[in-house]
Design a protein around this ligand. Structure first.
Ligand SMILES: [Zn+2]
Ligand SMILES: [Zn+2]
Length: 269
């Protein structure tokens, strides 16, 4: 049994075979998925995309939120819509939110403001947050700003969070764990150059990790270069199992139990 803690199932790259992708996930033992609700961003009528999928598919839960890429497009009406959508019973987290200084699709000060505002909305909604953090090349700038903003605007909330597609250093992982965050590892942990990610996954307590695909992005070896899909989360489990001397099935069961405990869901086991 496996849980894909982060996937973009509404993405148009699934339009031709979404039902088949769900069937392949089931066949691989991927029984639980968290659909990320950023959609195409504010103003596109897609901020409810994950909620729709969660209501149509058993085992699928949803998030709402504005991605840092689209932060500059956010208006007060979008924030009102998110507040309303967050009350849907299938919504279990706010995200993905955070900072992306690699692409800089939105100005950094705007990304920071929209991130802080969404942390405040998540706190009011009593939802944990799903964090996206990508620094510019050869830099830790986004990590420095992200961890500072989390300390200032989230750490006192009593709520938890997830660092999705963790790509930081072991030191970043330690800081995040100390702040109460869970680390979610994606398919890029299988890439030859990703030793820092493997080091973090070998260090983190087993009850503080999730696995994810970030589908349709970042397909793991041996599917690298293809469209990613939830069934491939077993490759991330296999890689972490190799690091920890455990089977992929054991990692799947542990990370599924972690997911259910973290979100306070009734286990399907
Ligand atoms: Zn992301
Ligand atoms: Zn994502």
């Amino acid at each position: 049994m496996y849980t894909d803690s982060h996937c973009h199932l509404e993405n148009k790259r699934f339009d031709a075979d979404r039902a088949e992708a769900f069937a392949r996930a089931q066949a691989a033992g991927v029984t639980t998925m968290l659909a990320i609700g950023n959609g195409d961003g504010p103003g596109t009528g897609t901020l409810d995309c994950a909620i729709k999928l969660a209501h149509e598919n058993p085992g699928v839960y949803a998030t709402v939120g504005i991605h840092p890429h689209e932060a500059a497009l956010a208006t007060p009406a979008d924030f009102d819509e998110l507040r309303r959508l967050a009350r849907d019973p299938k919504v279990i987290a706010w995200g993905e939110i955070g900072l992306d200084y690699f692409y800089d699709h939105s100005p950094r000060d705007v990304q920071q403001g929209v991130f802080v505002q969404q942390m405040e909305m998540a706190r009011t909604a009593k939802l944990p947050i799903i964090i996206h953090c990508r620094p510019s090349d050869n830099s830790e700038n986004a990590w420095d700003d992200l961890l500072r903003l989390i300390r200032e605007h989230w750490a006192g909330s009593g709520l938890a969070g997830v660092l999705h597609c963790f790509t930081g250093t072991v030191d970043h992982a330690r800081v995040a764990l100390d702040l109460g965050f869970v680390l979610s590892f994606a398919g890029n942990i299988t890439y030859p150059k990703a030793q820092n990610i493997r080091d973090a996954a070998a260090m983190a307590p087993l009850d503080r990790i999730f696995i994810e695909t970030d589908s349709p992005y970042l397909a793991p070896v041996p599917h690298r270069g293809k469209r990613n899909e939830p069934a491939f989360v077993v490759e991330t489990a296999r890689q972490i199992g190799e690091l920890r001397g455990l089977s992929r099935e054991a990692i799947g069961a542990q990370t599924t139990a972690n997911f259910y405990r973290f979100f306070g869901l009734v286990t399907q086991l």
